[in-house]
Design a protein around this ligand. Structure first.
Ligand SMILES: NC(=O)c1ccc[n+]([C@@H]2O[C@H](COP(=O)([O-])OP(=O)(O)OC[C@H]3O[C@@H](n4cnc5c(N)ncnc54)[C@H](OP(=O)(O)O)[C@@H]3O)[C@@H](O)[C@H]2O)c1
Length: 326
């Protein structure tokens, strides 16, 4: 089978298409024939060697996929060959992946396989950051960074479904127009506008209840300045590849709460996961959540797909397709 391997840390040219054996599912595992593999910014950080605790080359790229169970291993109950699924896995950019039973979810029937590939990482991150950690509620205001990206588009819709007002910051006027179409109340181009001044103007001098910060660098101190006393900033990523220092005296003086977020601590929380999946199914049934796959490339173009994401040329979800059509 085909699999995209990160041969060494570096640019997109370090991704190589290799022919490798189809793996065998072990105890409690399933072999999934992949239809679509999700691309996430974490894949790019791993490829660059910048992901905390990330794998060392050579390693298979990608960690989420959608597809059909081909075979179940011993002691895996509740799943069978032919089930349509999404999963967390290793070496996601492959024709087949192995998923542990605890990392499988049924594919929502309202979504096609490409859309479903956005559920493991981007939907669950958006949900748990805003709802489980941020406790975003009706009437509150949230500022989202990279609001036109895969995660951003999910967060924007979930925030609206919770009755919150959304200020969406992103990197071009075209992206601002795109998120306005999706219901963003106040799009802001943070490469052109002063975000702190814009937030102040939009809120008539008030500030946000919650900020989800994914860019790092200078954007972190700007995020804090958009936050009301006792408001929370969730540090979720550093797409600029620049971590930021925070002045703790400023935190106490302003009563700001700074929270780190990493998805895998939340996927182990059974009751939080049940809430996330119940809300997903309800929002899909009520047509209150759309998954926008704006870029689907064949698996052999993984390097090109990484380049597009890294160069800020994408909006919504980016997937790789294997060509398999169940
Ligand atoms: N902690 C977690 O568990 C977790 C889980 C999922 C995602 N994340 C993080 O959430 C963020 C979004 O992830 P995603 O997969 O949905 O990616 P994405 O938002 O689709 O793509 C990344 C976006 O970051 C923005 N960006 C800002 N400065 C950038 C720079 N210097 N270089 C490249 N991009 C820059 C770009 O949007 P603009 O042009 O609009 O600025 C770009 O489109 C990433 O930081 C990711 O690491 C964290």
């Amino acid at each position: 089978m085909r699999s995209i391997i990160v041969t060494q840390y570096g640019g997109p040219e370090t991704l190589a298409l290799r022919d490798v054996p189809v793996p065998e599912p072990g105890k409690g595992e399933a072999l999934v024939r992949v239809v679509a593999a999700g691309i996430n910014y974490a894949d790019i950080m791993q490829r660059n060697g910048l992901y905390p605790g990330g794998p060392k080359p050579p390693f298979g790229a990608g960690f989420e996929a959608s597809g059909v169970i081909e075979k179940v291993g011993p002691d895996l109950s509740g799943w069978k060959a032919g089930d349509a699924v999404v999963c967390f896995c290793e070496s996601g950019y492959s024709d087949y992946v192995i998923a542990q039973g605890t990392h499988l979810l049924p594919k929502p029937p309202q979504l096609d396989y490409q859309q479903a590939a956005a559920i493991p990482c981007q939907y669950l991150t958006a949900y748990h950051a805003l709802c489980t950690l941020g406790n975003l509620s009706e009437g509150q205001t949230v500022l989202l960074h990279a609001a036109a990206g895969g995660l951003g588009v999910m967060m924007l819709q979930i925030a609206r479904n919770r009755g919150a007002r959304v200020i969406g910051a992103c990197g071009s006027d075209e992206k601002c127009a795109f998120i306005a179409e999706l219901g963003c109340d106040h799009p802001v181009n943070y490469r052109k506008d002063d975000v702190v001044a814009r937030v102040k103007h939009i809120l008539g001098g008030a500030r946000c209840d919650l900020v989800v910060e994914t860019v790092g660098g200078d954007m972190v101190s700007q995020a804090l300045r958009c936050l009301k006393p006792r408001g929370m900033v969730i540090a979720l990523g550093a797409a600029s590849k620049q971590p930021a220092m925070i002045n703790t005296v400023e935190l106490l003086a302003n009563n700001w709460i700074v929270a780190g977020f990493h998805l895998f601590a939340y996927t182990e929380d059974t009751s939080a996961m049940m809430r996330a999946m119940q809300d997903l199914h309800q929002w899909l049934a009520e047509e209150k959540l759309v998954v926008l796959v704006n870029h689907a490339l064949p698996i052999e173009d993984a390097g090109r797909a990484h380049e597009m994401v890294e160069n800020r040329q994408t909006t919504g979800k980016v997937v790789l397709t294997t060509g398999y059509q169940p």
